[in-house]
Structures are given as structure tokens and as C-alpha cells.
Design a protein around this ligand. Sequence first.
Ligand SMILES: C[S@@+](CC[C@H](N)C(=O)[O-])C[C@H]1O[C@@H](n2cnc3c(N)ncnc32)[C@H](O)[C@@H]1O
Length: 240
Amino acid sequence: MRMRKKKHGEERRQALAYLLIDAADIKPGTVRHFFQNADKPLMLEIGCGKGDFVIGMAKKHPEWNFLAIERVPDVILCAMEKCSAAFADDADCNIRFCVANANTLTEYFAPGEIDGIYLNFSDPWPKSGHEKRRLTYGSILAQYRTVMDAGRSVTFKTDNSGLFAYSLLSFEANGWRCENITNDLHHSVWNQENIITEYERNFSEKGFPIHRVVAYAPSHNPEILPKIEKPETTEDDTSK
Ligand SMILES: C[S@@+](CC[C@H](N)C(=O)[O-])C[C@H]1O[C@@H](n2cnc3c(N)ncnc32)[C@H](O)[C@@H]1O
């Protein structure tokens, strides 16, 4: 997501420091302790954008904790400011934010530490040479499988039919069980429980149908787990 640089971004992030976890401080097995109640299940949103989804989910599920990661600091600042406005009492807030790249999840989380993952409108990277950057590429799914136990799920929404078709194949090829698949979420039985994201609002207003799948982690993944490869870095690349 591109965004004009925010004025006083660093100071504004510091003013909400209680919401922000420094990626360097997260060691496998520690992240729960950054939340008010460390015992709640921990959900992870990857690429949270401006935060509408994670805030909606956190309000709907106070019994869970949510960690929202996003690689663009000014984008996460927007999400943090919305979050602070949404929770009148800081002590009730079950969300924490972290500027981080999803490519390195296993550096942050211990096996089985995450209870569910949400991917919303992930960048499509349509060129075949950029396949490894897609957040549903095999080696990234292997990282999700490592940080989550068997039977935990990745919920994936997108407007991009090409990325959706690719992702269904990738999940299945890597042993994940795909359920609750829809090519038109907003006209499906699941619409009522759906929490809408910023991109989702934008695309559906333009008439694009929204695709959604819930993919369940396999009990084991011997083909992939021993050889997790680190995907190419995407930090400075704007050539999507
Ligand atoms: C297309 S936007 C969608 C934002 C939001 N999820 C929504 O649905 O409105 C994708 C977001 O994911 C972030 N992102 C992309 N790749 C990422 C990665 N590898 N790690 C963390 N964030 C990433 C981008 O910076 C961007 O904010």
C-alpha cells in the first residue's frame, strides 16, 4: 500500500506506544505477554492496512487477542490511531500492532503459537517471476503451518480471481483442506458475519465480487517443512 508520508509519524507512533510491539522484541514464545491477558487465543492478521478488519474482529471477539502486522510504518500508524479511538479504555484493547514482514514469521513465533491467520486483499504479484512473493506461496504456507497447529486455519479474502484460483491450488497442493469457499462473499450465507476491510469496501463498491476461503492446516507437511526457503525480499520493490 502506498501512502503519502505522515507528518510527525514517529512521534505519533510513540504516543501510542502501548499498542505497538517492536519486531526486534518478539522472540519465539513471547508475544502473548505484550497483551493485557496473555491466556487468550492469539489471531494474526498479515498486511492489516488501515485496520478496519482487525478492529472489527477484536470488538466482535473480546475473548481473543489480535496481532496485526503490516510492513509500512505510516499505514500501521493509521490503524493504530483508529484503534485508539475505537477503544475508550486502553485496558480493554485486545489488539497489538507490529511493523514486520510476513516472510519471516518463524523468527517471531514458536511452533503452534498462533491460533488463526487472516489474509485480506494480499498483494497479487501477478507476474509468474514474482510467485514467491505471494502470501499463499508454498514456502509461506509452510511457515503458517509451523507457527500454527494442525487444524488451525488461514482465512483468505481477495477481489483478485487469479490470485484466488492460484491460492486454492497452493493450499491443496500443500495438504491444506479448503472449506467455506465462495466467489461472492457478499451474496453468500457468510455475509452477515463478515467484517469488511478498506480494500473490500472499495472493490465491492466498484462491483467486484469478493472471494473467500477458510483453509485448515494439515496434520503434517513433510514435503515442505524441512526445507522452508526464505522468499525474495519485497521491501523496496515497486514493480508489481
Ligand atoms: C492491498 S493492501 C490490503 C490492506 C487491508 N488488508 C485491506 O484489506 O484493506 C495489502 C497490505 O498488505 C501489506 N503487506 C503486503 N505484503 C506484506 C508482507 N509480506 N508483510 C506484511 N505486510 C504486507 C501492504 O503494505 C498493504 O498494506
